[in-house]
Design a protein around this ligand. Sequence first.
Ligand code: PEP
Length: 239
Amino acid sequence: MILGNWKMHTLKADALTLAASMRTVAEATDTLIGICPPSLWVDQIVTEVADSRLMVGVQDCVADDFGAHTGCINAAMVANAGCAFALLGHSERRKRFGETSQTIAPAVGAILETGLFPVVCVGETEVDRDAGRADQVVAEQLAPLVGQGFDLDGVVIAYEPVWAIGTGRVATLAEIVAMHRWIREVLERPELVVLYGGSVSPETASSIFSSDQVSGALVGGASLDADKFAAIVAAWETR
Ligand code: PEP
């Protein structure tokens, strides 16, 4: 599975053009391909790619039922818009909006209840890694997902070291492999889908994908360029 997170990029016309190119990429592969456009463009993009293999997701949502929650969208809305999945707990949401695994765990359940799949983002900061706390921090981020009464097998985890996001610095293969193993161990799910995210590019993808611990990628910057994204997908297919 290779997913793209467009973050707060694109005006509508550019988003529709990019989605059309991503649709072409998705049609040319058996790999599951998904994009997370800004929420404002999701509805139209879902309509435009409805008859294709391209999955559309949102970059965040809340667990709440309908109500007075200014600026929020909930799982029912995400499903009603025709999305296939939702990113939850991206480090940029954790940092800027104070989201934590405790606050996102109910949203994970809400997304699963709608029949969509959640992609839960976890990852340590550079300070945590330098202090030797990466495993502990990621385990703490995963802990609230356990015992919630939902089936963890339906959850996708994206391991995204914060220091590798948008920096051009990729974790070493050894770090990636060890953390993917650790995540499956902590959740006691040997078959869990675990994606790597953090400066995945056409140049770095082949090395990242060389381990069978890695189930795919969550791509930020390079998902805004269909050629780069296609090259990442090609690297996955030839791993
Ligand atoms: C991300 O934001 O999820 C991400 C991985 O970004 P980038 O690929 O740009 O590092």
